[in-house]
Write a protein that binds this ligand. Structure first.
Ligand code: OGA
Ligand code: NI
Length: 352
């Protein structure tokens, strides 16, 4: 991690407790009823839809098994990620992101004045990815982001692209199940991702940290998009805030499973029926940890708002509509400025 300072968390309340609560944990859902079926038959997936619905309600997080993503591909991307991060800092910095092209390699960032203990490589699902030039609502200009392509390890780009295709497939399936669980048409949300989605994949490396009681790999946050699919390795570290009692619950790695969480967009679409849940990553003094989240983000011009079918006089809309691309650019700009204040949140669109 180069010459990084210890990441002291000033507020003792925010420091990770090293005693672990490893309760039954988040639900594990077997996706075999839909794996290898492109068309969902609502009656045959009824049980699955119920399971997903209650997982979204009670946890905002679940794990999936029999998800259809080839294990060999997952192993290839995990290996590629290890090889990439094992290079010298100098080599990795050749693929460093900047404000113009915010995908690629970077070291730790500030989150609310705390340095996350990690290094990252980001790669957009669509190359180029179209995005508003500024967060100003009246500015229609667009820009685009393109990916950086490290020479090493061999076939890095091909492996990532192949893996992204699998992630997209799984996201579309999960989104159908979520739509059904809300009583909507299966394909209700598909249109927002058909053209120009802004999704990306992130390779995370959390090096061992000598101050695990004082630092976090990723500080507490919610994911802003629609869905996140996370591959974590056998070194645990992800913690989820349990809705029932607000305790941090460690997510025990299940080999080959994926961890799914719904993001802020699903919360808005569902008009708060499902909530996007806070999570964080703790670090380990001995072991390094790798993870690979895929963030499923809609097209920049998507207007995010509670779906009409779910709102009525008894359940009025709880959010003002917002443009996804503007929201994304706004958040990104404040990340780069490393402001100490909280980033823009869907809460800012909440109708009082
Ligand atoms: C994230 C995240 C979890 C992990 O990057 O948003 O929550 O285990 N990552 O790396
Ligand atoms: Ni996250």
């Amino acid at each position: 991690m180069g010459e990084v300072e210890p990441a002291f968390i000033q507020d003792p309340q925010q420091r990770p407790k090293l005693s672990i609560i490893q309760a039954e944990g988040i639900p594990i859902i077997d996706l075999s009823p839909i794996t290898n079926h492109t068309l969902l038959n609502p009656s045959s997936v009824e049980g699955l839809v119920k399971e997903i619905g209650s997982a979204c309600k009670e946890w905002g997080f679940f794990q999936v098994t029999n998800h259809g993503v080839p294990l060999s591909l997952r192993q290839r991307i995990e290996e590629a990620s290890r090889l990439f991060f094992a290079q010298s800092l100098e080599e990795k910095r050749k693929y460093r992101r900047d404000e113009i092209s915010p995908t690629g390699y970077y070291e730790t960032e500030h989150t609310k004045n705390v340095r996350d203990w990690k290094e990252v490589f980001d790669f957009q699902a669509k190359d180029p990815t179209f995005i508003p030039l500024t967060s100003d609502e009246h500015d229609d200009r667009l820009t685009h982001w393109t990916n950086l392509s490290p020479q090493y390890p061999p076939h890095f780009r091909d492996i990532i692209q192949e893996y992204i295709q699998e992630m997209e497939k799984l996201c579309f399936k999960l989104l159908e199940l979520i739509a059904l669980s809300l009583g909507l048409e299966a394909k209700r949300f598909e249109e927002f991702f058909m053209k120009d989605q802004t999704s990306f994949i992130r390779l995370n490396h959390y090096p061992p940290c000598p101050y695990p009681h004082l630092a976090l790999g990723v500080g507490r946050h919610k994911d802003p998009g629609a869905l996140t699919i996370l591959a974590q390795d056998e070194v645990e570290g992800l913690e989820v805030k349990r809705k029932a009692d607000q305790e941090w619950i460690r997510v025990k790695p299940t080999p080959h499973a994926y961890i799914i969480n719904i993001g802020d967009i699903v919360q808005v679409w569902s008009n708060d029926a499902y909530e996007s849940v806070e999570h964080r990553v703790v670090v380990n003094s001995e072991k390094e940890r790798f993870s690979i989240p895929f963030f499923f983000f809609p097209a920049h011009d998507t207007e995010v708002r509670p779906v009409e079918e779910l709102i009525n006089e008894q359940n009025p809309s709880k959010f003002r509509p917002y443009k996804w691309g503007k929201f994304l650019v706004h958040r990104m700009n404040s990340n780069f400025k490393k402001q100490n204040e909280e980033n823009i949140q869907i809460y800012d669109y909440k109708i009082a």
